[in-house]
Design a protein around this ligand. Structure first.
Ligand code: PRP
Length: 187
């Protein structure tokens, strides 16, 4: 069910793409897999702000082995909604990752440009391993080849919001992932 009010006073949301229930189940599955794969390795989740914050929090709680979390903030879009390929680190990790098993947590991989830059930066710091867990992936939009070890859902090339993803900073708090009426937002 779409939340029309007060979350969406302008009626921009079009439909639910991934329900609250499906998100919960899939995040639990990912948490179970990660717990098995990283047993004894004390992985470090690196969550990419801001979009990944909800997913990373839920994933962290679904992981049943010792695990820590850190955050990075990067700017990926030059303007509008297209990745420019120009990526800046706005907030870096608090501690070195040399010898750590690092799992980058992203809300969405679109062109892959953001992640490509980020993985390059992290790889140069000498982690023991470096993998990606993305909640959403848009295969049709990929411009660079990124190996994502864990993907929650592959989705069509639609503008989506909710569960951390925004349109002009709105809708991050929705419990589901929704498509928006793209004719009604300034892209
Ligand atoms: C989004 C998303 C990824 C990136 C993916 O971030 O969180 O970091 O875009 O796009 P790409 O694969 O085409 O590079 P955004 O810049 O919207 O910032 P936000 O996470 O703060 O919303």
């Amino acid at each position: 069910m779409l939340t029309r009010s007060p979350a969406d006073p302008d009626g921009i949301l079009e439909g639910v793409l991934i329900s609250d229930d499906d998100l919960r189940k899939r995040v639990q599955e990912l948490g179970d897999r990660i717990s098995r794969d990283y047993e004894g390795l004390d992985p470090l989740l690196v969550a990419v702000l801001k979009g990944a914050v909800i997913f990373a929090g839920d994933l962290l709680r679904a992981i049943t082995i010792p695990c820590s979390i850190d955050f990075m903030a990067i700017s990926s879009y030059g303007s509008g909604t297209e990745s420019s390929g120009v990526v800046r680190i706005l907030k870096d990790l608090d501690a070195p990752i040399e010898g750590r098993h690092v799992l980058v947590v992203e809300d969405i991989v679109d062109s892959g440009l953001t992640l490509s830059y980020l993985l390059g930066s992290l790889a140069s710091r000498g982690p023991a391993s470096l993998e990606v867990c993305a909640l959403l992936a848009k295969p049709d939009r990929r411009e660079v080849d990124i190996a994502c070890r864990y993907v929650g859902f592959e989705i069509p090339n639609r503008f989506v919001v909710g569960y951390g993803l925004d349109a002009d900073e709105q809708f991050r708090g929705l419990r589901y992932v929704a498509t928006v009426d793209e004719s009604r937002i300034a892209l």
